[in-house]
Design a protein around this ligand. Structure first.
Ligand SMILES: Nc1nc2c(ncn2[C@@H]2O[C@H](COP(=O)(O)OP(=O)(O)OP(=O)(O)O)[C@@H](O)[C@H]2O)c(=O)[nH]1
Ligand SMILES: [Mg+2]
Length: 198
């Protein structure tokens, strides 16, 4: 099937599970720490600047945002975790909702995990990867904001992260920059493959 990610359209920003789109077809979730570049990655991968709202204020995406590529294919922008300035009650609320999403969503085909290349593999990232491993769900890691460090440093970080995750399967990893465009075509290709594998 030929999937055109640039036809992605915003459908709903869900504050509660009852607003989620029906659990059918195929869906890819974009998750990561607050400010890791999730919304920017969705914009870059779909080639739709301004599709997902990227912000200077971390913790901005406080909904589960559903984008439809076709009625059967969706990309989902999850609220960022780990931002200490978000009130504790809200952080607990979202960690519960994210858990519920991962535990129940049958149409979920893969996780795209964004990690700032300068701060990879924090405990909550590890937790999500552990969950994918346990559930045999594919995960694709984007080491984001690679433009912020030198090429040699970014390759060294990628090697270190790969080594840390060497015992896992169904996992792939790449460097990425929404700003410079590095890795965007590869990420797009990977998302399409992950949608097609279902
Ligand atoms: N230099 C650089 N900055 C980036 C890149 N990607 C995102 N940013 C910046 O990082 C900040 C956060 O980006 P977002 O895409 O909003 O991150 P997010 O993970 O969606 O953030 P929350 O929704 O707040 O959790 C913004 O100021 C972006 O402009 C990148 O590849 N390079
Ligand atoms: Mg966001």
């Amino acid at each position: 099937m030929s999937i055109q990610l640039n036809s992605a359209q915003f459908i709903v920003a869900a504050h509660k599970p009852s607003q989620w789109l029906p659990d059918q077809g195929s869906e890819i979730a974009f998750a990561g720490r607050s400010n890791s570049g999730k919304s920017s990655a969705i914009n870059a991968i779909t080639g739709r600047k301004g599709l997902a709202i990227a912000s200077k204020t971390p913790g901005r995406t406080q909904q589960i945002v559903f984008f439809e590529v076709t009625p059967e294919i969706r990309l989902v922008d999850l609220p960022g975790y780990g931002y200490s300035k978000v009130p504790k009650q809200l952080r607990i609320h979202w960690s519960n909702v994210i858990e519920q999403y991962f535990e129940t969503r049958e149409c979920l085909r893969a996780l795209v995990l964004m990690m700032d290349i300068r701060h990879p593999l924090k405990p909550l990232d590890q937790q999500l990867l552990d969950w994918c491993q346990k559930s045999a769900l594919h995960s694709h890691i984007l080491l984001t904001k690679s433009d912020k460090i030198s090429k040699s440093k970014s390759l060294a970080t990628m090697a270190a992260v790969k080594k840390d995750l060497a015992n896992r399967d169904k996992l792939s990893i790449q460097t990425f920059s929404a700003l410079s465009g590095l890795g965007v075509a590869d990420a797009r290709q990977r998302v399409i493959e992950l949608l097609n594998q279902s």
